[in-house]
Design a protein around this ligand. Structure first.
Ligand SMILES: [Zn+2]
Length: 334
């Protein structure tokens, strides 16, 4: 549906408000919601990263009306059995764009989706793939599955609509169907996908997906490139633990982050930035320094300075994520 159609429809529904009694209006509004859809998302190039892995890179890290929620990378694993999607984007429109791009490189159907965690930019595109290819397994950590099925699913859908000035409207929450756990292995003919989970990192339910034959691992938001991570229900200590365990288990990999460019040094670089925040807070707690002074120390840390300029969202979020680091350091010290 074009933007014009949508506007006309909204006008129609507003116009109807004067003549319809309330229950009918409510009925009309919910029926209208079923076919009002935000505009399509412009094409973003799809690029090959390894023999089986392709990715649509998102240049932006945060949702706006202009980017219509295009804020996270979408990864495709093209196997002998079909295409496996690792994180599906932030809206049905983004999922539809991803399918258009995917069709330029393969005619194979999508056969499975993995959602790295419960944040909306990683699962709200599920709907597009289900609508195009029918029912298929959608895998996630049990924690993420429960969050998406529960209140978080709809919360993220609503937030994304608000952040994009309604551009994602028409998106439905399609939750994961199958829980996965650390060590699970999926065979798709010539390609093996191995699941890693080492406890709380970015969220309590992150999974990293290793494409074994290609030495490529999609890490979701456990690590990022040029963007600061939401740490609201994450853990700094858990993140460092995850990096160590993941590197030991998988060895050298091309790491694909949910946000930013894939690179071999991803965990090392983002780990250095996170350590600049967390270790400074640990020292501040040991020295009995208060949180606001700790923030100033973090801002002066050479590791933090090194990444600050190129890190999207740094200014707006460093205060909040420093206090979270400080709280965690206090808890750990206790
Ligand atoms: Zn994300």
């Amino acid at each position: 549906m074009s933007q014009l159609d949508r506007r006309q429809l909204l006008k129609l529904s507003l116009g109807a408000a004067g003549v319809l009694a309330l229950p009918q209006l409510t009925q009309f509004a919910s029926a209208a919601e079923d076919f009002i859809r935000g505009p399509r998302v412009k094409d973003h190039p799809i690029q090959q990263l390894s023999p089986h892995v392709w990715m649509i890179y998102s240049p932006d890290g945060f949702p706006t009306a202009e980017n219509q929620g295009m804020m996270a990378n979408i990864t495709f694993v093209v196997t002998a059995k079909g295409v496996v999607v690792l994180d599906s984007g932030a809206s049905v429109q983004i999922g539809e764009m991803a399918i258009r791009m995917m069709k330029t490189i393969t005619q194979k159907p999508v056969i499975a989706i993995f959602n790295s965690h419960y944040h909306g930019d990683h699962f709200l595109g599920n709907q597009a793939f289900i609508e195009a290819y029918g029912k298929m397994p959608i895998y996630a950590h049990p924690y993420s599955l429960e969050q998406i099925k529960g209140i978080e699913g709809n919360t993220w859908r609503n937030l994304m609509e608000r952040w994009t000035n309604q551009a994602t409207i028409g998106t439905k929450v399609i939750p994961p169907t199958h829980p996965v756990k650390h060590g699970d292995v999926f065979k798709y003919g010539d390609v093996t996908i191995k699941i890693h989970h080492y406890g709380v990192a970015h969220t309590p339910g992150d999974i990293c997906m290793e494409v074994v034959e290609d030495k490529v691992t999609h890490v979701g938001d456990v690590a990022m490139d040029d963007r600061i991570a939401n740490m609201d229900d994450g853990s700094y200590v858990g993140t460092f633990k995850t990096y160590k365990a993941l590197s030991q288990a998988a060895g050298e990999q091309l790491w694909i982050p949910g946000h930013g460019k894939p690179k071999k040094e991803l965990l090392q670089e983002y780990g250095e930035f996170m350590a600049g925040i967390y270790e400074t807070c640990v020292k501040a707690v040991q020295d009995g320094v208060d949180p606001s002074t700790a923030k100033n120390l973090v801002l002066k840390d050479p590791r933090v300075i090194k990444y600050a300029k190129r890190t999207k969202g740094f200014e707006g979020n460093i205060g909040k994520y420093t206090s979270l680091a400080y709280l965690e350091a206090e808890k750990e010290a206790f």
